[in-house]
Design a protein around this ligand. Structure first.
Ligand SMILES: C[S@@+](CC[C@H](N)C(=O)[O-])C[C@H]1O[C@@H](n2cnc3c(N)ncnc32)[C@H](O)[C@@H]1O
Length: 221
């Protein structure tokens, strides 16, 4: 059942509902708190996925039986921990991060969480690693959460380097609510994210899950 407001995407989530659901679905554990504390402590921007987004990432990794996953945009490692949680102890994650300080902080989070041996961190512009990383493929899933101007490039790479049935995931798929606007400031990012949606529509069984800022999900056919 739905009504016009929920179909239009304007209702009904709110902070109280999110808080209630977090209390029901439970605390993911100290490593996740450490990743959030690390953001706070080091003054990194608090632009990590929400706990609900994280649970969806974990769920999707589990459903896809993912064991080899690439992430664009590490920050402090919060979403990486959710991806790893969905993969289990046999999972392997390659996570790419432009900022040396972010990568160093995330390295500490992975060490303290006891998952460092499952993670390969690649530090620099994500585009620099695409050719060498392809040699490790095919992958079970690719999570795109770095610079929005790069989304089209990362999505194209994902489509070329996923196994059939593998997942392409792109966060901020509503581009902070600007996807259907026409301001010039975000024109390059908007074109890149819109092209990402087009690629998923063309090459995948795909949908954009209406998380607060949209999570585009495609199953590579
Ligand atoms: C939204 S944050 C990632 C959040 C993280 N996935 C999480 O939810 O915990 C985006 C990250 O991408 C990084 N980034 C920006 N441009 C990049 C690029 N060209 N290549 C790789 N990483 C980039 C930023 O430094 C930032 O740490």
């Amino acid at each position: 059942m739905a009504d016009d407001a929920s179909r239009d995407g304007t209702r009904y989530g709110n902070p109280d509902i999110h808080e209630l659901l977090e209390s029901i679905y439970g605390d993911p554990g100290p490593a996740f708190a450490d990743a959030l504390d690390t953001l706070e402590r080091t003054g990194m921007p608090k632009i990590q996925v929400s706990p609900t987004d994280g649970r969806i990432l974990k769920l999707l990794m589990h459903l896809a039986s993912a064991k080899k996953v690439v992430e664009f945009g590490t920050l402090s490692g919060y979403s990486a921990l959710w991806l790893l949680a969905g993969m289990g102890p046999e999972g392997r994650l390659w996570t790419l991060e432009l900022e040396q300080a972010h990568a160093a902080a995330a390295g500490g989070v992975f060490q303290r969480a006891g998952v460092a041996d499952q993670v390969t961190q690649l530090t620099g512009d994500g585009r620099e690693f695409l050719d060498s990383l392809a040699e490790q493929g095919p992958f079970d899933a690719v999570f795109v959460d770095a610079d929005k101007e790069g989304y089209e490039t990362y999505a194209r790479w994902a489509l070329d380097n996923l196994r059939p049935g593998g997942l392409v995931l792109a966060d901020n798929a509503y581009l902070f609510g600007l996807l259907a606007d026409d301001d010039q400031e975000h024109a390059a990012a908007r074109a890149s994210v819109i092209e990402t949606h087009r690629l998923l529509a063309e090459h995948c069984i795909a949908a954009c899950i209406p998380t607060p800022d949209g999570l585009a999900v495609g199953v590579r056919t």
